[in-house]
Ligand binder design. Structure first.
Ligand SMILES: Cc1cc2nc3c(=O)[nH]c(=O)nc-3n(C[C@H](O)[C@H](O)[C@H](O)COP(=O)(O)OP(=O)(O)OC[C@H]3O[C@@H](n4cnc5c(N)ncnc54)[C@H](O)[C@@H]3O)c2cc1C
Length: 238
């Protein structure tokens, strides 16, 4: 099947954390997707505009929102990173293909959700958590959000507000290199998970972020925490 393509118009592009940009586009009327899916952006080389390659970005907005929202972590010298930092502004158009991917909430599962991410790996979880909560899902959901320092975090306020509004949603941050005043968890997400989860047998786990973390957490899930393959979904940002 041919993946549909769309031309979308940028409405916002802003630095929201250390090297993290949040950018949004008007959602085309004929664009429908499931929470957790991604799109492929056509990204030109900034110094050679006819040289175009695709880059994957998870959709951070939920399907009921009017815009398509994304967050990108800049990689020095990277094609998409340079485009987002140096070029993209409201009013610009970009071509996307999608939606794509199967990193979606599985129907018919009653186990509690455990979402584990680093940095922009939070994108699909913003979409999924909002979708599940607003649909009336009352199961326990834990989001474990890892980053290096306080300056690398984003969406804290939004997730905190959700956790106040929905008593079944629990938010946890893990910082590997925080300031002295940080009162939350110090260390990587891998070290925080066992402090929060005492019984893994009732968990349905989603892991998203840099491939080193996702590979390590996947191994822990399967080899140490007793998560079965059918209860584990992994999206590595390769
Ligand atoms: C399903 C999926 C969803 C994703 N969703 C997101 C998301 O929501 N947010 C997000 O931030 N990321 C996401 N990613 C990762 C994203 O697609 C990109 O890989 C990432 O943004 C880096 O892209 P880039 O074009 O900036 O870097 P690239 O151009 O791919 O470069 C990567 C590295 O290679 C180096 N490099 C590039 N060209 C050369 C060269 N010719 N010679 C030597 N070195 C070179 C660059 O300097 C850089 O260090 C996702 C990935 C997948 C697979």
């Amino acid at each position: 099947m041919v993946t549909p393509s769309h031309t979308i118009t940028c409405t916002k592009n802003a630095l929201v954390a250390n090297d993290v940009y949040e950018f949004a586009f008007e959602k085309p009327q004929n664009f429908s997707f499931k929470a957790g899916q991604f799109v492929l952006f056509d990204v030109p080389l900034i110094d050679k505009l006819d040289d175009i390659q695709t880059r994957a970005m998870s959709i951070a907005s939920s399907p009921d929102e009017n815009e398509l929202l994304f967050v990108a972590k800049l990689i020095e010298g990277g094609r998409a990173s340079r485009w987002i930092e140096e070029k993209l502004k409201p009013g610009d158009t970009m071509r996307i293909q999608g939606p794509l991917g199967f990193f979606t909430l599985q129907e018919g599962i009653t186990k509690e959700y455990l979402f584990i991410c680093t940095s922009t790996g939070a994108a699909p979880f913003r979409s999924q958590i909002r979708t599940a909560l607003k649909s009336g899902d009352t199961r326990r959901m834990d989001l474990i959000f890892g980053a290096r320092t306080e300056e690398d975090l984003f969406w804290q306020k939004e997730f905190e507000e959700l956790s106040h509004e929905y008593p079944n949603f629990f938010l946890h941050f893990a910082l590997s290199n925080p300031s002295e005043s940080w009162a939350g968890h110090r260390g990587r997400v891998q070290t925080l998970v066992p402090q929060i989860v005492k019984d893994f047998s009732n968990k349905h786990v989603y892991v998203c972020g840099n491939p080193d973390m996702t590979t390590e957490v996947k191994k822990l899930c399967l080899d140490q925490w007793g998560i079965g393959k059918k209860d584990l979904h992994v999206e590595g940002y390769i």
